[in-house]
Design a protein around this ligand. Structure first.
Ligand code: GLN
Ligand code: ZN
Length: 767
């Protein structure tokens, strides 16, 4: 009897104890050889396949694994290696691969940016019209053969689909269709042909770009691309996988000439299901239905999902239905099982990747063997959620404040111009003031100290003295290098969200709940599970201490409400906006506490503001309005002289310029060094009058930038921005950098600012 099957779209790479990260970093530090690295990686890969098999996944993805990033893998597979990395050389290919991702002493890495609306970052492919891609390494084939050979698994190779790949790439915007059809698709066909010869039955083509706002023309190109593939290889089963939203143009999408379509039924606002009900689903195709949330960590309401699947089964035959998570499980931690310290009520409500595999398998079982076969788990799971948040159905709807905008007055007392005058007088800074974004190098010593203290091996006072010593050492250094606005260095912080989460009520932390952010870098998002409340000042001690050591202004450092929420796993029983407002109100108290202690520059970082932007244009305004509201709720009740800074780390922000302006921060700093002047072009089109620092050097690589290079960056920015409004700073925080390179880079930066200042002084005094 044929029946419904279970699949996954992708599994976390990092391993239960971050083995993956540790191997990579050991290799980069020269601790293990290339062969050792590859062996360790293989073991991790096979373990993950085994695990999925054990948990009942029928169709297991292969090639979702990577040594750094799957988008980079795709570029690399096709030999799309930017020229500056030299000629491709098989024997040195791994180093080239990592150089593209991380840069080296001579060459700047490729740009990195957020993967759709997630906190995962991919390496932006660099293509130009003259690039001549060729298949230099069929990764998916390698992984397919390996899974089969070692575990007897006929895996489902995962490829980043050509349309998404080309859309994420830089350099072919104008020539997209041509490049795709002439140069890229033939290579995809070659990959597929080899996979087919090796015995692959299904191949997953990830095309999340279909979940952004697409046009009919996009769909036409989609059709051409897949038609071309289909004509060459009519009997390879391609499954076009979408996620993170509903697809626009449902009918066109499901009619693409492929064997299966994967849809997200969790983050689609019900749209995919509505469309399915209205337009049905092609008889001959398989539907991969994403019904378990791959983006959050709560147990699913299995009963609800079962009902949804039953609705789907009215339109799709059993043997054509695949049940799976809504997206790759890359975005959630590996397993809840290793968490021993979480409160049992909460723990029963949690589901990480491995638990999601079980939930997926359970739903499949319910469909195949009847609901009775899983009744017990179903009830248990439902009760667990009621225990945690109460019974939704019983909740008094008048108390549901969902999406209401409270009446609290927000907004600064005076407009920017007025504030600016007062602040200029108050701070008396030079032209082109220099500063940093907040964190200073987190050396092993610092990390170890924090650990000793956490484990109770160090007393509070011993630890506090240690932190103070670091602050004071670095205040002296910053003074010595001649920076104008100093920072305390964030030595007491492990992570910019975790730090606040630990001090606010309403948050809880897992021990091993890591998620990959970029490359080997993992973050452990806090879990917001109940009302967020400010308890006591969180940052005052360190910042006030730093200020006591110097006459230069110290910037107080806070993480903004939108970022805290976007980088946390958020409870699902009340709206996200409600949670964001709770966080904002808590931060408002912190801002007040700082101001009361005479900290008059306060930076509220919102690096995650843009990544939370909904993929669909029609939802973006609402999100941005709420983000502005929350930011202002946290920051706008300060005195005119108090200078509010904000920081964001990304480059393509032309689109949200209006929002940035509406935040009404006195100064903003943004990443800019890696995007080669694109930002400057943005400012040619718009007028921005508040303080702004466009990062003058990239902090993602250990390379020490030269004075001339940074001076050029400053002068280029001054073509479109006024010297009076421009700040000189690195792209982002320096916590991942070493002490020496930071000293060198900041010394150079101050020198670059000095030189630039000399050049523009005249024009400013004359104006
Ligand atoms: N203040 C933070 C730091 O410097 C900002 C980090 C970020 O933007 N991600 O580390
Ligand atoms: Zn940043």
């Amino acid at each position: 009897m044929t029946s419904v099957i279970t699949s996954t779209i992708g599994y976390p790479r990092i391993g239960e104890k971050r083995e993956w990260k540790k191997s990579l970093e050991r290799f980069w530090q020269g601790g293990i050889s290339e062969n050792q690295l590859l062996d360790e990686m293989k073991k991790i890969r096979l373990d993950h396949l085994q695990k999925q098999m054990d948990k009942g996944v029928d169709l297991i993805p292969v090639g979702d694994f990577t040594l750094y990033d799957h988008v980079l893998d795709t570029s690399f597979m096709f030999g799309l290696i930017p020229e500056r990395f030299g000629n491709y050389n098989q024997s040195d290919s791994l180093n080239t691969y990592f150089d593209i991702a991380r840069g080296n002493d001579e060459v700047v890495a490729s740009e990195m940016t957020k993967w759709f609306n997630t906190n995962y970052h991919y390496i932006v492919p660099e293509i130009d019209g003259n690039s001549n891609p060729e298949l230099i390494n069929n990764f998916p084939l390698h992984y397919f053969n390996e899974a089969r050979e070692h575990l007897g698994i006929i895996g489902k190779p995962v490829l980043l689909g050509p349309m998404t790949f080309i859309t994420l790439a830089k350099g072919v915007e104008k020539n997209k269709g041509n490049f795709l059809l002439k140069k890229l698709v033939p290579l995809y066909i070659q990959v597929l042909q080899e996979l087919k010869n090796a015995g692959a039955e299904w191949v997953q083509f990830d095309e999340p770009i279909l979940c952004t706002s697409t046009t009919k023309e996009d769909l036409q190109l989609f059709n051409e691309v897949y038609e071309l593939i289909h004509r060459q290889l009519p009997d390879v089963n391609i499954l076009i996988q979408t996620y993170f939203e509903a697809v626009d143009h449902y009918e066109e999408v499901v009619s693409l000439p492929v064997a299966g379509i994967g849809l997200d039924f969790v983050h689609d606002s019900g749209k995919n299901l509505d469309n399915l009900k209205t337009y049905g689903f092609p008889k001959e195709k398989a539907l991969a239905a994403g019904v378990i949330n791959g983006r959050n960590i709560w147990r699913a309401d299995l009963e609800k999902q079962l009902t949804q699947l039953e609705t789907i089964l009215k339109k799709v035959d059993n043997e054509r239905l695949i049940v799976q998570p809504s997206c790759s499980l890359l975005h959630v931690p590996v397993t809840i099982e290793t968490e021993k310290e979480i409160d049992p009520v909460l723990k029963d409500g949690l589901s990480f990747a491995d638990q999601k595999l079980q939930e997926t398998a359970l739903l499949t079982k319910a469909l195949n063997e009847g609901k009775e076969s899983v009744e017990e788990t179903l009830t248990k799971q439902k009760e667990a959620l009621i225990q945690l948040w109460g019974d939704k159905e019983q909740k008094d709807s008048s108390k549901d404040r969902t999406n209401t905008w409270e009446e609290q007055k927000i907004g600064r007392a005076s407009d920017y111009r007025t504030r600016q005058k007062l602040q200029e007088k108050y701070f008396n800074l030079p032209l082109l003031p220099t500063t940093t974004i907040g964190s200073l190098p987190q050396t092993n010593g610092i990390r170890k100290a924090r650990m000793n203290w956490r484990k109770g091996e160090w007393t509070d006072s011993y630890y506090e003295t240690f932190i103070k010593n670091n602050i004071s050492e670095w205040i002296s250094r910053q003074e010595e290098w001649g920076l104008d606005v100093l920072v305390h260095g964030e030595f007491e912080r492990n992570d910019m969200v975790e730090f606040f989460g630990e001090k606010l009520e309403g948050f809880v932390f897992s021990r091993f709940g890591w998620v990959q952010s970029y490359g080997s870098r993992c973050v452990k998002p806090p879990i917001i599970y109940k009302e967020v409340v400010h308890q006591q000042p969180m940052t005052l001690k360190e910042i006030a201490y730093a200020q006591s050591l110097t006459d230069k202004p110290i910037k107080g450092m806070l993480t903004g409400p939108v970022t805290i929420v976007n980088w946390s796993f958020v409870r699902e029983d009340i709206s996200r906006f409600e949670v964001t407002k709770q966080v904002a109100l808590a931060l408002q108290e912190e801002v007040k506490a700082l101001e009361d202690k005479s900290i008059r520059m306060i930076q509220v970082d919102e690096p995650a503001l843009r990544e939370g932007l909904p993929l669909k244009e029609e939802k973006q305004n609402d999100y941005l309005e709420k983000a502005v509201y929350a930011f202002k709720l946290a920051t706008s009740l300060v005195k005119d002289e108090t200078q509010i800074h904000t920081h964001m780390c990304y480059s393509e922000f032309g689109t949200i310029m209006t929002t940035i302006d509406q935040l009404d921060a006195d100064v903003i700093s943004i990443e800019a060094a890696r995007s080669h002047g694109e930002i400057v072009a943005d400012f040619e089109k718009i007028s921005y009058e508040k303080g702004i620092g466009l990062g003058v050097y990239d902090i993602h690589s250990p390379r020490v930038p030269h004075v001339e290079e940074m001076e050029a960056n400053i002068l280029r920015a001054l073509r479109v921005l006024h010297p009076r409004q421009f700040w000189v700073n690195p792209d982002c925080g320096l916590k991942t950098r070493g002490t020496e390179e930071t000293a060198a880079a900041l010394t150079n930066m101050v020198e670059a600012a000095r030189k630039a200042r000399e050049k523009v002084k005249q024009s400013v005094s004359g104006s």
